[in-house]
Structures are given as structure tokens and as C-alpha cells.
Design a protein around this ligand. Structure first.
Ligand code: SAH
Length: 470
């Protein structure tokens, strides 16, 4: 058994599911944050268990040939980018492998079968001056707090704690963020507005949400506050309105002691309620989306186009199909598919998102999309119970794009009962994707195509599209 603080030398051979380096001594695995396959390192044992141990990196003795200098000054302290020190081609190899591993180990798909259906990962083109893709995120949510001297700061939460570490400019976000956040901070100091303190529950400003439509340039700023009202809001709006692209300023009240960032509602205090963005269907016209502060919208617009184009291709629409889009958010995928289908039904649990979806259908002149508010695992079974004898309601294609926990079993059961010819599964978590694919394969669906897509460069996250055919 290894002891705490024991010094070991380790060759890293693998990356774990959260981007941690893994190396073995006599078959016993050590997990080391920040270490990369190909590194030889010296590390100290932090915590040893029966069949694995955590160790802290002390020195890199020989670096991996895939190791690069992470361009961000707070890399390693901020938990956001776990893989910014890994060359981009190696990041893509890692993510593709992660999807493969999950489908084999959890999904029970045999390696040969998988190799026959898996297509190469869709990567992002790095920015001209950097080795890895940067500034790809259209959304940022920044916590405010105080430093030891009582100055108002903003940045990110350190590691697993909720201490705010200052960071003026996250390299994944847009250039405008810095200007907006700095103006908010100055307005706070001038007007004695206090940042929220989680331990005491006092203070007003919790987070600032910023979103930018990459195609339209429109920017939204939403202040999440621990209180019903914002003091001196004219002064704030005056400052923010001067920032080019500013289109909407709002507040969202969140007075709960919770990790959830946004409140349940929002109120516009300047400009429009929504910003617009477009997503292009490759080779076709683009669709315009209105996005309000509380709605989900994909954070990497460049990769979203590629992912949705893949999903559209997998759906194999000819114009005669009835399609369900479960977990539809503001109807992004639904509207993307509607022009190639007979009828689309979208289901989403957040009412504001459905309001956006309906408005978006209208704005784009799409009349063959209908939306339902509610949990997919409730709406779909209820609909099916009522209409199962009506053949005109038979779905040809069901698209799902659930959050990380995947689809509820009640949802999967109904999907199978409805017998769509194709199921297109878009997933942000390979483990739950694999779990759900296992079920669908047991129920008579065949995995026909799978493709990973790098929506979140420099992080360990990976998005996947899969096609299952009855
Ligand atoms: N397809 C959309 C949204 C995907 S994110 C897009 O690409 O933009 C997942 C969405 O599922 C979120 O909008 C979330 O609010 C919604 N959601 C979460 N749990 C749900 C459930 N049980 N039933 C329906 N929707 C749910």
C-alpha cells in the first residue's frame, strides 16, 4: 500500500474521463491532474485506496511530445479547461477514444462493429495565432466576489471551492466580455453595490451572464441578483449601452442559497427581451433564433452548425416525415429539421424556451412545427396513450438531445413503442449515451452511424451524434 506524501516516478499512459493523467506502477493506477500521456513525472501520493491512488504532480521529468504551453495565464487554477496543455490533434484523438470506450464498455458494442460505424471526430479549426481553438464560446457566466482587501472582483471559482479567483479575460469567451464586466465592476464601486457572499447570504450581485450572437453581433447582458431590485440601474444601463452590439440588458432574481446560477424569471431593463442569432444549414438558407436569458442555446456556434448538419443527415428526411425533437430547447434542431420534414413536434421542460421556440417558428415562417412544454418522459407517453391508434401520428424519426443525465427510461420505453424507423441521439455525455444505446439495441435498434464532435475545445467534454435504425 502506498503512503501519503510518498514520492513516486510515473510514466503516464492514459487520460481519464475528466482529463486526468493515469500511470501505473506494477499494474497499480495513479491519477494525476495535469499530467499527459507520454509524460514521465515525479509525483507525491495524495490519497491511496485499495485499487487506485491520487497523486500530485511535482515535476515533469520528460514531457509528452503532445504537450504544449497553455495560452491562458490561469490554466490549472481555473477548472474550466482541463486539456489546454494538450496539442489540438491529441485532444481530438482523446475525445474520439472516450466515445469509443464508453460505447464498448457501457454500451456493449463490439470493437469491430464500432469501427465499422464510427466516423472521424469533427474538430474545430484553431485560431490563426494559437495552437488550440480559443474565443469560441458565445456565452459566459461570471461570478462576482471580493478579494482579501475588500475589492470587488470577478473571475471563476477555484477548483471545487466557491472562492472567486480574479480573471479579467477568459480566452474561451468573446473580447467584449472584458469591457462589459469591467463596466459592471466600476458601476458597483461607484454605487456601493455589494457582490453576493455565499457564506453569509448577503450582498446583491451574484453572476453576470453575457451572450453574443456570432452571426448578428447582438449582445445580451443579464445580472443575477440576490434581491428584488437593482439600485442605480440607469447608471448601469448608460455604461453598458455604449458597448458596441449591446442589444438587451436584464436582471434575474435568485434569492436562493443554491448552486443554480439563474433565477426562475427575468426582467428586461434596457433594450430588447431577446437577442437573435442564425444557424446555417450547410448548403441551405440559415434559420434565425431569438434567445432569451433563461433559454438553453448551444455555446459553440461554429461547431453547432456542423453537429446539426450531421444530425440532419442522420435523420435522412425526404419531406414526408413526422419527426419528434425531444429536449428541444428553443427549437434549434426542430426548426433546422422542419424545412425537410412534413411535421415536427418539439418537447422541452423550460416554459421560456418553448415560448422562444414558438416565436422562432413564427419569425422563420415555419408552420409545420408544434411545441409542447413538459418533461419528455411525461409528454411523450401521454401523447402516445391518447393517439396510438391514429396512424397519421406515427413518428418516422425521433431526435433526442438530453442533458448529461441522458434519457429517462419512461421516455426510451415510449420511443421504442412508437417504433420510429430512425432515432437520432445527440448527446453531451458519452456514458449516458452508451447506457441508452445499450437499451435501444436490446429493443431492436441497430447502431448505424456515430460521430463525435468537438463542441468544447480544451475541456474534457465531447458531444456525439448517433443514428439508430429499427
Ligand atoms: N436541442 C436543444 C437543447 C439541448 S439541451 C439545442 O440543441 O439547442 C437539453 C434541453 O433539455 C435543455 O433545454 C433542457 O431545459 C431540456 N430538458 C431537461 N430535462 C428535460 C426533460 N426531462 N424533458 C424535456 N426537456 C428537458
Amino acid at each position: 500500500m502506498y503512503k501519503k506524501n510518498e514520492i513516486i516516478e510515473l510514466q503516464i499512459t492514459d487520460l481519464g474521463s475528466e482529463g486526468e493523467g493515469i500511470g501505473k506502477i506494477d499494474g497499480f493506477p495513479f491519477f494525476v491532474k495535469g499530467a499527459l500521456p507520454g509524460d514521465t513525472i515525479r509525483a507525491s501520493v495524495m490519497k491511496a485506496k485499495k485499487n487506485m491512488a491520487f497523486a500530485r504532480m511535482q515535476e515533469i521529468l520528460t514531457p509528452s511530445s503532445d504537450r504544449i504551453e497553455a495560452p491562458c495565464p490561469v490554466f490549472g487554477r481555473c477548472g474550466g479547461c482541463q486539456l489546454m496543455h494538450l496539442s489540438y490533434p491529441a485532444q481530438l484523438r482523446y475525445k474520439e477514444q472516450k466515445v469509443k470506450n464508453a460505447l464498448q464498455r457501457i454500451g456493449g458494442v463490439a470493437e469491430e462493429e464500432l469501427n465499422a460505424v464510427m466516423e472521424p471526430i469533427i474538430g474545430m479549426t484553431p485560431n490563426p495565432q494559437s495552437a488550440v481553438p480559443l474565443r469560441y464560446r458565445n456565452k459566459t457566466q461570471v461570478p462576482f466576489g471580493k478579494d482579501r482587501d475588500g475589492n470587488t472582483i470577478y473571475g471563476f471559482y477555484a477548483g471545487r471551492t466557491h472562492a472567486v479567483i480574479p480573471c479579467m479575460d477568459c480566452l474561451l469567451g468573446v473580447e467584449e466580455n472584458k469591457d462589459i464586466l469591467e463596466n459592471v465592476r466600476q458601476w458597483m464601486e461607484e454605487n456601493h453595490v455589494q457582490p453576493y457572499d455565499e457564506t453569509t447570504g448577503k450582498g446583491l450581485l451574484r453572476h453576470v451572464l453575457i451572450r453574443k450572437g456570432f452571426h448578428t453581433g447582438q449582445i445580451m447582458t443579464c445580472l443575477v441578483i440576490n434581491g428584488k431590485k437593482l439600485p442605480k440601474k440607469e447608471a448601469l444601463c448608460e455604461r453598458l449601452a455604449q458597448i458596441p452590439g449591446m442589444h438587451s440588458i436584464s436582471i434575474s432574481v435568485n434569492e436562493e442559497n443554491t448552486n443554480v446560477i439563474m433565477g426562475d424569471n427575468y426582467e428586461t431593463i434596457w433594450g430588447e427581451d431577446r437577442i437573435c442569432d442564425e444557424i446555417c444549414r450547410l448548403g441551405a438558407e440559415s434559420i434565425t433564433y431569438g434567445i432569451s436569458p433563461l433559454s438553453f442555446y448551444q455555446v459553440n456556434p461554429v461547431q453547432t452548425e456542423k453537429l446539426y448538419t450531421t444530425a440532419l443527415e442522420y435523420a435522412g428526411l425526404t419531406g414526408n416525415e413526422t419527426v419528434w425533437d425531444l429536449y428541444c430547447g428553443i427549437g434549434t434542431i426542430s426548426l433546422f429539421l422542419a424545412k425537410s420534414a412534413k411535421q415536427v413536434y418539439g418537447v422541452e421542460i423550460v416554459p421560456q424556451a418553448i415560448a422562444d421556440a414558438k416565436e422562432n417558428a413564427k419569425q422563420n415562417g415555419i408552420t409545420n412545427a408544434q411545441f409542447f412544454v413538459g418533461a419528455a418522459e411525461e409528454v411523450l407517453p401521454a401523447y402516445y396513450r391518447e393517439r396510438r391508434t391514429d396512424s397519421s401520428c406515427h413518428p418516422d424519426v425521433i431526435v433526442v438531445d438530453p442533458p448529461r443525465k441522458g434519457c429517462d427510461i419512461a421516455c426510451l420505453e415510449t420511443m421504442v413503442q412508437m417504433q420510429p424507423q430512425r432515432i437520432v441521439y445527440v448527446s453531451c455525455d458519452p456514458a449516458t449515451l452508451a447506457r441508452d444505446i445499450k437499451y435501444l439495441r436490446e429493443q431492436g435498434y441497430k447502431l448505424q452511424r456515430v460521430r463525435a464532435c468537438d463542441m468544447f475545445p480544451n475541456s474534457f467534454h465531447v458531444e456525439t451524434a448517433a443514428l439508430l435504425v429499427r
